[in-house]
Design a protein around this ligand. Structure first.
Ligand SMILES: *Cc1c(COP(=O)(O)O)cnc(C)c1O
Length: 446
């Protein structure tokens, strides 16, 4: 039986309405930026297969390292045991992360990395409720006003955010069509808008009112990915973070998407003066080859767990915590950053994107709105149709692009690219030209 037909029989795909499902395209091979289907058609993977692929598909260096490690040690329980890939990766990450991180906690994907971050932050306040800095601050509520279990249990998050699909991650993500069926069960979160000149005062006032009750603030630094590649100002974010920090609120940077060079710097938090206390990584962590999540914490968070009281242990883990193959892939990906001049490629991509943004603005400014670029990410809003996810303009654009040999997957009416760093000048120009041709055709048929 044909693969697509067999798929239809046995497989359930993510984010995909199942009724009248368009048959998925069987991909038989990936090489560098190219995806190759069973009929031999090739597609430039201009969105890095959901923002994960850094050095291209089928990367030989990473593949060989995984193979060698698989023969040596493919998996071992990570409580009571350790292994070289986990330790080496943790050491490497601590060296390159924005200043101040001390410990690396492993999990399996982006959602678990944010889930771990939230639990780590909330339990920090639980662990310190009878001792330590938290109780001593002048701002602590008077006796008898303290909350029942946790000194602080409110989470602050941005509207329009996306932090994953598990329950905690859904709770701190914006309420949307994706979470609709679960709204009754999601925990309460204080949402504010990403900072703008107009709303900053209001957000600061809210933090000044609630600051002593807020345990943690989770944010996607500078770019909200799934929320539509929305970008916001670093200067205003610094002002917001300055106030957040004044209340000792634990800052959780969700760099699952922005990490490893996407924004032009290795981590988006490098654009900001105020560093996070916890950082979440996944997607590009292994170069996009294997599932792995990291939640790194500062020493001051970690110290709240170093305790005679065993109840203050961080009781969290996964069967595949720190899988040696995934850790090995991540080390290999980081080594590649040194071996071919990835940083130069990233800088080049950023410059090309800037120029293409200008080209789009002058040729199609009326239909391409809010053209925005941050490093290797370029996005704009198509000013046609209704502005919602289920609007089919996304499908139309994807179809047209694939016919031209380019894979893009708009988020509703938001068209964006985020290519692997190995993309060639020729391929990048083909992506740009394809996008222009699609816009041209849509605007004449609109
Ligand atoms: C993709 C994403 C997640 C979730 O990661 P998964 O690996 O898909 O679970 C969390 N946060 C951000 C910012 C993301 O882009």
């Amino acid at each position: 039986m044909e693969l697509a037909a067999k798929d239809r029989l046995y497989v359930w795909h993510p984010f995909t309405p199942q009724k009248d499902m368009i048959a998925p395209v069987p991909i038989v091979k990936g090489k560098d930026t190219l995806l190759i289907d069973e009929s031999g058609n090739t597609y430039i993977d201009a969105i890095s297969s959901w923002w994960v692929t850094l050095h291209g598909h089928g990367n030989e260096y990473i593949a060989k390292k995984i193979y060698t490690q698989a023969l040596k040690l493919e998996q071992v329980i990570f409580a009571g045991f350790t292994h070289e890939p986990a330790v080496e990766l943790a050491e490497k990450l601590i060296r390159i992360l924005p200043a101040g991180f001390a410990k690396v906690f492993y999990s399996d994907n982006g959602s678990t990395s944010t889930e771990v971050a939230l639990k780590m932050a909330l339990q920090y306040w639980w662990n310190t409720k009878t001792e330590g800095k938290a109780v001593d601050t002048e701002n602590s509520p008077p006796d008898g006003v303290t909350r029942s279990h946790n000194k602080r249990n409110k989470i602050l998050a941005f509207r329009n955010s996306y932090h994953g699909d598990t329950f905690g991650a859904m709770s701190v993500s914006d309420r949307s069509v994706f979470t609709l069926a679960f709204h009754d069960l999601l925990f309460e979160v204080t949402f504010i808008d990403t900072p703008s000149k107009e709303n900053l005062r209001q957000s600061l006032d809210l933090i000044n009112r609630q600051g002593n009750e807020i345990a943690a603030f989770i944010y996607e630094p500078l770019v909200q990915g799934a929320g539509g590649m929305k970008m916001y100002d670093a200067g205003l974010m610094n002002e917001l973070l300055a106030t957040v920090k004044r209340y000792d609120i634990i800052c959780i940077a969700d760099e699952v998407m922005t990490g490893f060079g996407r924004t032009g710097k290795l981590f988006a938090s490098e654009f900001l003066a105020h560093k996070p206390d916890i950082i979440c990584l996944s997607k590009g962590l292994t170069g996009g080859t294997m599932a792995l999540g990291v939640t790194a914490s500062t020493d001051s968070i970690y110290q709240a767990y170093v305790n005679d009281d065993k109840l203050k242990t961080f009781f969290h883990g996964h069967s595949f915590t720190a899988n040696p193959l995934a850790c090995t892939a991540a080390i290999a990906s980081l080594e590649l950053f040194e071996q071919y001049s990835v940083q130069d490629k990233i800088a080049w991509l950023a410059k090309e994107n800037e120029q293409f943004g200008k080209r789009l603005q002058s040729n199609y400014g009326s239909i391409c709105r809010n053209i925005r670029v941050l490093g290797t990410i370029l996005a704009f809003d198509l000013a046609i149709g209704r502005n919602e996810y289920l609007n089919n303009i996304a499908g139309v654009v994807t179809d047209m692009a694939m016919k031209a040999g380019v894979y893009i997957r708009p988020l509703g009416n938001v068209v964006y690219i985020m290519p692997p760093y190995c993309i060639t000048a020729y391929e990048l120009e083909k992506v740009y030209n394809t996008i222009e041709a699609i816009i041209s055709s849509i605007s004449t048929n609109a």
